[in-house]
Each structure stands twice: as C-alpha cells, then as structure tokens.
Design a protein around this ligand. Sequence first.
Ligand SMILES: [Fe+2]
Length: 347
Amino acid sequence: MTVLDIRAPEERAQWFIPGSIHVNAYNALKSGDAQALKGVDLPTDQPVVTICNAGNVSQVAAERLHKRGLNAFSLRGGMKAWSLAWNTAETKLQKANVLQVRRTGKGCLSYIVGSASEAVVIDASLKPDVYLRLAADRGWTIRYVLDTHVHADHLSRSRALADAAGATLLLPNQKRVAFPFTPVADGETVPFGRSRITALSSPGHTMESTSYYLDGQALFTGDTLFISGVGRPDLDASPDEARERARVLYHSLRRLLELPADTLVFPGHASEPPAFDRKPIAERLGQVSARIAAWLRSEGDFLATILDRIPPTPPNYLRIVELNEAGTMPEGDASELEAGANHCAVS
Ligand SMILES: [Fe+2]
C-alpha cells in the first residue's frame, strides 16, 4: 500500500511512518480547500492509507481520494494509534522462549520470557491485556514483572501488569519510585519454570539501570546497550552528572562485554520502527561488542565520543519520569504524552 502522510512538515519532522510519502495538506484540507490534494501523484493499482495526528483530517483526505477513484483509507487514530501499534517476534532458546513484543511506532521492546509453564515480563510498555493474552496463548503464567530502569520515554505498564497478573513486581533497588515493589540487587537470581534470570547492575543510562541475564544465554540490556549503540547518560542530569553517568556507563559496558561472546543481546529499544516481519531484534554480544569497540578503548575515548553524540532531548520526558516514579498513568490520553520517536540511544 501507499501511506500518505498529510501533516504539516514540523509534525512530520518529529516522527513518521517509514516508507510513507508526504504532502503538506493538513491545513488546506481542514479549511475545506477543494484543491488540497490536487496534483498529488499516487499509484492507482494499490490502496492508499492517509495519516494525520489523530485520524480526523486524514478521513477527509481519504474521502477526496476515494472520489478520484482511488482505493483510499484513513488510519483510524492517526499517529497516536501508530504509537501503540505492536507486533511480536519469537526466539527459542534451550530452556526458554523469548517473545519480543515491539511497540512499532516508538521502537520500545518488551519481552515475555516463557519457560515450562511460567513466564517473566521485562519492560512492559503496552497495556496489561496484551501480555496476559500472549502469555495465556502459550500456556504461560506470568510470575514476575521486571523493569530494567525507571523509563523516560514511555510509561511503564509493569506495575499495572504485575497487579493484573497477580505477579511479583521486581525493580532495581532504588529510591526513586513511590510505590511498593520487590527490589532486585546485583547478582540476585530469580528462578521460573526451568530457567533462571540474574540481575546484573549496569548503571549509567540511569543510576539504577539493571540488565537481566537469562540461563547464561541471553542478556536483556534495557537502555544500557543497544544493537548498535549505548544508552544516553544525560536525561534528567546536569552536564557534570551526565559526565559522571557516562563514566559509570563505560564501566558497566566493560562488565557486560565480558560475558560470553555468543550471548544474545535483547535491547530495550530499536533504532528503527520494528517491521511486522517476525524477525527478532537481537544480536550476539560479540558482534555488538565489535561494533562499539572503538568507543570503548579507554574511559577518556568513551566520554569524548558519547558526550559529543547526545541526541536531541525527547519531549515530555520529565513528565513521563514523574509518572513512572509515581506509578500512575496520566488522566486521559497516554499516547499524547508518549507521541514521537524514541531518543534513548547514542549511536
Ligand atoms: Fe531509558
């Protein structure tokens, strides 16, 4: 299909659906300009899906195109709905299955790890029903819900999921959140099914950031280590704090990279919106390590590289952190707060 984005250029600059084409027609369509889509060249042999922010003006666009004889549709809910669209990819390990649950628009990656009849969920970013249903379909009972850190780019649904599943909420040991949880300390191991998951403290992106090591085979790195980058150390930090966090991150990364090279790395985010292709976003630690080896030659090199590459600060992150620390969801529309692409990585 052809995806036609009709939003203003400044809206599109923030984020867009990959492969979509753009025409700045929002205002013209909204004001009833009959010429708004005139001259827009679209293929006639495939459906066209129009997109705006909330899915209203895109409906007007679809009607216009329909009148032109095109097989046109409007994406219901627009980019806000896109923010919550998700798909899955599965990886079978010796004792466990890793189901990667991907929020396509934002690139947030969460995980259900099932072993025998039990499961743990890591970094839930979608509503609890999604995880409950996916687990139930596979005959898994969710025993533990874990977060790798206090997130700044999406609202954590882990607390709500733990409640809904009757599971234990495990969070890195910290004093940031204001609700009850069971702290996991560095080196602590949680058995479930035939598997075990071990917490490895990996501060830097945030000071409580923790990675989870599964059966000596897989590593869930949150926003500490990505397939081709590392977590940004500067959110909610002064320049001096960011420098200190980057230094701490360097040592965390050195520690993680000592694990066996064939360990599968499952990160907390994808740099591109995950396609609906069922291909897991994961990579062997050896390959990830090779990619960032030049950055890690020395602490000094690392600081210079990473502090020079900090991406733009994401919108709304302070409010999102505040809500995640309180353990509550905003009143009304969460997708408004979470709109936009992810900016957690330095790559
Ligand atoms: Fe993060």
